[in-house]
Ligand binder design. Structure first.
Ligand code: ACO
Length: 384
């Protein structure tokens, strides 16, 4: 309060740093100790013990499912994996050179045309929207991958679990069980991360009481940027451009001198190494042990070591995007699908936040500090 009793204006915080914009019981980040929990469970434990669908259930409904609840959820998701031929035909009209994140944003939004009955106060509608989005987003990512190569999309296979089925739809080959298990763990690690940019975008969209397909489509658009999900794609490009381990030090020194951001490093919340990067690094090593080494991993580790000396004192360490690309590359996934895969996983978190937002909704409408001119006189066009 000011001396006159009026409400003091809040200080302006660019990027809303440190400004709580919601209350949430979904996910907690301890950025000093590097601990991430979903609904109170440590993410490292979930990545080791759970499956993506079980974790999605936990995030969205708040509790771990019983065996019966999980079976039912898995069956529902399996039943809704197919997408309408109209959506597949629409995707065939997308330019094959377009980015798969743009294709995903458009196709996610198009689901609203097919399931447009908006009944946000009906629990059955909520369940069906959750199931449809979790089920269909991977099918649409895989479909665009084949369509842009001039091939017909592959139908999902009912005998395959969520992660295996996605890899199958992408490659037309049933994946190795270890590869599928590691991919599923990657989905768990990317499923949720509190009020990051795309989740904030999802909550803002949700707060207008629009439909859940629009909520996910707006979040996909936000995730696509290189400062957020898009960084995983840029990490490999960066490592390729460094070229060899002996180039790491001069490259990094140059990048720091030119004030360039090192992709896959830094995080608003973490001042230590992102716990997801720690786990992803271990998963990458498991893959290399099983399927052969990738020399780019040695380069990445060297970059991490040198960056720890140069940027560690500022609290800048690898984030989730630093090692995920190396895992996906080993799985044979094209680089521009890394962010759509992130979106497949994060759909669980976005839906959890959508549901939570609906539970105590107030439309987001922050204020601003106006910095433009005032009291200007209109000039007729001929006098300007
Ligand atoms: N490389 C070099 N310096 C960095 C980096 C980085 N990756 N990240 C932050 N810094 C430095 C900044 O230059 C700045 O230094 P200064 O105070 O001397 O000017 C300081 O750290 C603070 O940086 P900000 O950009 O203000 O931090 P912010 O919290 O706004 O940004 C972000 C966080 C966007 C993740 C940033 O670290 C970044 O751009 N990283 C690279 C892109 C990336 O990997 N994004 C993925 C993030 S994880 C995710 O979204 C899934």
């Amino acid at each position: 309060m000011t001396a006159s009793g009026a409400q003091a204006p809040s200080p302006f915080r660019p990027g809303l740093e440190g400004v709580p914009a919601t209350q949430s019981s979904i996910c907690d980040i301890d950025g000093q100790r590097g601990v991430l929990t979903y609904r109170g469970f440590r993410v490292d434990e979930l990545a080791a013990q759970s499956t993506f669908l079980e974790t999605a259930y936990l995030l969205i409904w708040g509790e771990l499912p019983t065996a019966e609840e999980l079976r039912e959820f898995e069956q529902e998701v399996q039943m809704h994996r197919r997408v309408s031929f109209r959506i597949r035909d629409m995707m065939k009209c997308f330019p094959s050179g377009g980015h798969p994140m743009d294709a995903l944003q458009s196709s996610a939004a198009s689901l609203g045309l097919f399931y447009s009955r908006r009944a946000l106060d009906n629990p059955e509608y909520i369940v069906s929207a959750v199931v449809r989005l979790i089920a269909k987003i991977p099918t649409m990512v895989a479909a665009f991958q084949l369509i842009r190569k001039g091939q017909d999309p592959i139908q999902p296979r009912d005998d395959l679990a969520y992660a295996s089925n996605f890899l199958y739809m992408l490659t037309e080959r049933e994946p190795d069980p270890l590869a599928a298990r590691i991919f599923d763990a990657c989905l768990i690690l990317h499923a949720e991360h509190s009020l990051n940019a795309s989740t904030f975008s999802a909550r803002v969209t949700a707060s207008t009481l629009t439909d859940p397909y629009a909520v996910v489509a707006s979040a996909v658009g936000t995730l696509a940027g290189p400062l957020h999900g898009g960084a995983n794609e840029d990490v490999l490009e960066m490592l390729e451009s460094i070229g060899s381990e002996d180039q790491v030090e001069p490259w990094l020194d140059r990048a720091i001198a030119e004030k360039r951001k090192i992709m896959g490093f830094g995080h608003r919340e973490y001042k230590v190494k992102d716990p997801r990067a720690v786990i992803l690094q271990k998963l990458a090593e498991q893959l290399f042990d099983a399927f052969g080494h990738d020399p780019m991993y040695d380069l990445a580790r060297k970059l991490e070591a040198v960056a720890a000396e140069r940027l560690g004192p500022k609290g800048i360490y690898p984030n989730v995007d630093f090692y995920s690309g190396l895992v996906y590359r080993k799985l044979g996934i094209p680089e521009d699908l890394f962010t759509p895969i992130f979106a497949i996983a994060r759909t669980a978190g976005w839906l959890a936040h959508w549901k939570e937002q609906l539970g105590a909704n107030r439309i987001y409408r922050p204020s601003q500090i106006y910095t433009g001119p005032a009291g200007r006189d209109w000039q007729p066009i001929g006098a300007r």
